[in-house]
Design a protein. Structure first.
Length: 249
């Protein structure tokens, strides 16, 4: 299992904070935002990690993370030249992952729960994909999962006007090596991007997607309000101290 942290994008929702730096380098508590997904991967036993970010601030990301040696990790870096969507960014991991499965986390996802058990479940699953869901008050901001009575995912709709549930797809995904073939079949959405929702729906149609509901808090820290909430939660649960301890171990 290898890890992928997707840390591209322009950060337009929190401009002008992102005028001079990458969103994922902004502080959340005592840590740069990108430390949180990286620590979750390390905590799950994943030490080979690809970081995908944009060209403009790649140097700052590399300056922060380096080779990973000081953190007990091994980093590889890739540039996403243009805003082509999450699925397009994920496609850059093909040569890095080779035939290994990957755990993918969006760089602005901050959450308390360990991924270790979910990663082990996916290893036992052996193929396909796994996504993690969270109940939210504003599902229309996200990809929304339609669930049956057993919480099996029937479909996922991206930013729906009328959501079929309150369960959003978090930016935490696990994929087998088939994901790159799936991405190559995608067509750009109305936003001109390759959507990760289309990737997940392809796995649903193949009958090989599993899902779990996160039992603790999770937040996408990509807006001013959610960034403040992330700061507050990290402080309340002392998550920044725990993250630093994981990365320093």
């Amino acid at each position: 299992m290898k890890g992928v942290v997707l840390a591209g994008g322009t950060g337009s929702r929190i401009f002008p904070l992102t005028k001079v730096t990458n969103k994922h380098l902004l502080p959340v508590g005592k840590c740069p935002m990108i430390y949180y997904p990286i620590a979750k991967l390390k905590e799950a036993g994943i030490t080979e990690i690809l970081v995908v970010t944009g060209r403009e601030h790649m140097g700052e990301v590399v300056n922060l993370l380096g080779s990973g040696n000081d953190l007990g990790l091994n980093f590889t870096f890739k540039v996403q030249d243009q805003a082509g969507g999450i699925a397009q960014a994920l496609s850059l991991a093909e040569n890095f992952a080779v035939q290994d499965a990957v755990t993918v986390i969006l760089g602005d996802n901050v959450f308390e729960e360990s991924l270790r058990d979910y990663v082990e479940e996916f290893r036992g699953q052996g193929h396909g994909a796994k996504i993690l869901l969270q109940k939210v008050q504003d599902p229309g901001r996200y990809g929304v999962a339609e669930l049956d009575e057993n919480n099996k995912v029937l479909s996922i709709e991206e930013k729906p006007t009328t959501p079929k549930s309150n369960y959003c797809v978090t930016g935490i995904y696990m994929f087998d090596a088939e994901v790159y073939s799936i991405v190559k079949t995608l067509k750009p959405s109305k936003r001109g991007e390759l959507e990760i929702t289309d990737v997940n729906n392809a796995y649903i149609q193949a009958g090989s997607l599993s899902a779990d509901i996160i039992s603790s808090w999770w937040i996408d820290a990509g807006t001013f309000d959610s960034l403040k909430t992330a700061h507050d939660l990290v402080h309340e649960f002392k998550l920044d101290d725990r993250v630093l301890k994981i990365l320093e171990a």
